[in-house]
Structures are given as C-alpha cells and as structure tokens.
Ligand binder design. Structure first.
Ligand code: PSZ
Length: 286
C-alpha cells in the first residue's frame, strides 16, 4: 500500500483525511515544494526545504517542524514507498478552521501533507527539445512565494498544451519573467540571461544550481531581464525545473529557434547538470 504523510504521521493513502474546511482546500492558503529523487536520494533537499520555510514565513505560516524532522519524514516516506527516480510533493496549509478570510487563532495548527511518485527523466524531450509559446503573465506580484494559488499558471499551461506546446513563457509588458512552471533563459553570443530573482519570479532551485555550475565552469551568466524581442531572436532558449531539468526550447510560437535543434551551450549545461546529480547520488552511496 502506498504511504503518505499527514502532519507527523506516515499512513496508507486510503487512511489520509483532510478537513473540508482546510484553508488550503478553500483558499489555496498554503505553500508547497516538489523535490526530485534520483535513485532513492533527495536532490537539493536542503535548498527545497529552505525555500519551503521561506515561503511559509512570507505568508506568516509557522512550520510546526524542525528542518531535520521534515528531512527525516521525507526520507522515511521515500524508503517506505521504495521511490527510485521520482519526486516528493509536500505542502503546508494554514490548517482547518471555519471559513473566514481572516487568519484563524493560535489553536488552529498548520497541516502538512506529502506523497511521493515515480517520475522518469523526460529523456526524449531533453534530447530533441520542446515547443513553447509566449503568454501574458497575469499572476500576482509575489511570484517568489511557492504558494498553492496556481490558477494563472494552470491557465497558461493549458493554453500551451492546447497549442501543442510543452511550456508557456510568460512576460509582463514585454519583459520575460519565467515559464508557467519553470524558469526561462536565453543564450545570445555565448551569454546566458535569465530574469533576476525578484518578486516577479520563483527563484528555482534548478536555477540556483545552474548559476553555481556556470560560475564553476566560467560560463557567462547574467541575471538580467530580457525582452520578448530578445527571446524571439535568441540563439538558444531553455527552461529549467525540478523535473524538466535543463529543457531545450527549439520552437517558439511555431518558429524555429536557431536551427531548430537544442543549442550547443544548452547541451553543455545538460551535461553539467547530469554530472551534478550523478555526483550527489554517488556521494550518498559511499
Ligand atoms: O513536475 C513538474 O511539472 C514541476 S516540479 C517543479 C516545477 C514543475 N516547477 C517549479 C517552478 C515553478 O512552478 C515556477 C512558476 N517557476 C520556476 C520553477 C522552477 O523551480 P525549481 O527549479 O525549484 O523546480
């Protein structure tokens, strides 16, 4: 039987019950993380947990666990479910309380839930690249918080899917922010650009890993906003996320980017990224 976490307990999924007035369910009043598991090992678990606490703090939810406790709980869940290559989804809501926009009192405790699943690496797309479309960024002004409120992201992703695209790349007044569920990058003349980590984007963990890898390998990387025009004329485009890794975008709004194949620098970053998680796996198995 597949196991899940509700608060501090690991239980069968069929036993898990959430109150109908849980504020996550009613208002999307909560935060979440998706953490990659490679060969049974959490990848960048620390960074994800750090962001989990930071997101919770930004919406004034107190995480009722120490970081080490959360780590142990997630690792236990991975073991119980025998996750090999997959992910852990974890979320924390402000808890269950009679519906009211105002925060409940101290007697209402936040509700933690988590589950795992198997997720294959999207090898075919990583190899050949994917199509993307451009869409208006109609989200709020705190996109730095990984909150449960994802409607604008869902609308953009659905529009992309209906156009046969993998991702919608969002812009505010012509400045590219990020993808509907990824960070977005261009390569121009051997230089990589992505939107700075402001309130307008989620500071992706994959993004942070990539910046470090570029620093370590002397690859020019600039956290600078770029325009839709820059995007359309880029030599290369790619997006990153926990499950998409470094995903080449080879078509934008139906037009080929470069020669319609993943770019040279994008390929190099893919290699560096695989080396990175392979070395984490290896360190763990020693
Ligand atoms: O499985 C999936 O489809 C996933 S797992 C994580 C994401 C998608 N996306 C995270 C994300 C995001 O939702 C937005 C709006 N911007 C950037 C990202 C990338 O963040 P990391 O690298 O932390 O996953």
């Amino acid at each position: 039987m597949v196991k899940v976490i509700v608060n501090d307990k690991i239980m069968d999924r069929s036993e898990a019950a959430i109150d109908i007035e849980d504020r996550g369910y009613q208002f999307g009043d909560g935060v979440y993380e998706v953490i990659r598991v490679y060969d049974g090992v959490l990848f960048t678990g620390d960074e994800h947990l750090e962001r989990f606490y930071s997101s919770a703090e930004k919406i004034k939810i107190n995480v009722p666990f120490q970081k080490e406790e959360l780590f142990d709980l997630m690792n236990q869940l991975i073991q119980e479910n025998k996750v090999k290559d997959g992910s852990v989804y974890m979320q924390l809501t402000r808890g269950a309380s009679p519906r009211n926009h105002v925060f409940p009192g101290k007697d209402t405790t936040p509700v933690l839930t988590a589950y795992t699943k198997e997720v294959a690496r999207p090898v075919e797309s990583l190899e050949n690249g994917v199509a993307a479309m451009v869409a208006d960024d109609i989200r709020w002004l705190r996109c730095d918080i990984k909150s449960l409120n994802l409607l604008p992201n869902l609308l953009a992703k659905q529009a992309a899917t209906e156009q046969g695209c993998y991702e919608a790349i969002l812009h505010r007044d012509g400045l590219v922010t990020e993808g509907s569920s990824s960070n977005a990058y261009i390569v121009v003349d051997g230089k990589i650009k992505t939107h700075p980590a402001t309130n307008l984007i989620l500071n992706g963990i994959t993004r942070q890993v990539l910046i470090r890898l570029c620093e370590q390998n002397n690859i020019p990387f600039f956290e600078e906003a770029f325009t839709l025009e820059d995007l359309r004329n880029a030599d290369e485009i790619f997006v990153t996320s926990t499950t998409s890794e470094v995903m080449p975008v080879v078509k934008l709004d139906g037009k080929e980017i470069g020669n319609g194949k993943p770019g040279e620098l994008t390929r190099k970053l893919q290699v560096l990224f695989v080396e990175e998680f392979e070395s984490v796996k290896k360190a763990h198995s020693m």
